[in-house]
Design a protein around this ligand. Structure first.
Ligand SMILES: N[C@@H](CCC(=O)N[C@@H](CS)C(=O)NCC(=O)O)C(=O)O
Length: 219
């Protein structure tokens, strides 16, 4: 049985979890937090989540895990057959992760964890995020899925990353970077009507509340 290591608040963990659920691959969830301890780095060399345990072996990096899932479990494909169409899906994922999520991530301390981000960082992030969103708008199809007619790994990524990019920009700048992008909200709503996405979202809400309660208790 595959074991997915991580926690239900992590968007990268949830990207893999939703792919596993959409593909109907049986798996167990192995709760763990990120850690730089040597013992944990045996499972995930950068100390991040998620990792996937396969017969006692560990694989990290969400996209690498998705590629493994597709190779090992080709049934219920989440990539198109055509090589260029597959590359388009990866192009979207890379654009979302490298040029939007990773950029917006620099705001999360302030947006979600009660910290502050310097004005200089805010200025840099705003500029870089605008470029990322512009690139994303050029590539995303929303017809109805993000890469076209069928659900793909790009939707697994979009479904977990776009809400964070949207919310963090709204909290920090007072303006959601997708405010003038009408396709985003109905698309996320459509995804969340799918049982796999709904489960991941419900689990995330429960885990977020539990984490907030634990933090409040700690003081
Ligand atoms: N590129 C990684 C990113 C994973 C990632 O950044 N996960 C976050 C949680 S959402 C994490 O582990 N953060 C802790 C850290 O960066 O040390 C992937 O795709 O798996």
């Amino acid at each position: 049985m595959l074991k997915l290591g991580g926690f239900a608040v992590s968007n990268y963990y949830n990207k893999v979890k939703v792919a596993l659920l959409e593909k109907g691959i049986p798996f167990e969830e192995a709760f763990c937090m990120t850690s730089q301890e040597e013992e944990y780095r045996k499972r995930s060399p950068m100390g991040k989540v998620p990792y996937l345990e396969i017969d006692g072996e560990f694989l990290c990096e969400s996209q690498v895990i998705c590629e493994y899932l597709e190779d090992q479990y080709p049934q219920t494909p989440l990539y198109p057959k055509d090589a260029l169409a597959r590359a388009r899906v990866r192009e979207l994922i890379t654009t979302m992760e490298l040029h939007m999520e990773l950029v917006a991530r620099r705001l999360y301390t302030q947006a979600f964890f009660g910290g502050t981000v310097s004005d200089e960082i805010k200025k840099h992030v705003e500029k870089d995020l605008a470029k990322g969103v512009r690139a994303f708008r050029q590539l995303a199809k929303f017809s109805p899925f993000i890469a076209g007619a069928d659900l793909t790994y790009a939707d697994c990524a979009a479904g977990v990353h776009l809400p964070l990019v949207s919310l963090s920009s709204k909290i920090v700048y007072g303006r959601d970077v997708f405010d003038d992008y009408a396709a985003v909200k109905p698309y996320l709503k459509m995804l969340n009507e799918r049982p796999a996405f709904k489960k991941v979202s419900d689990d995330r809400k429960v885990a977020t509340e539990a984490m907030a309660a634990a933090r409040a208790k700690k003081g």
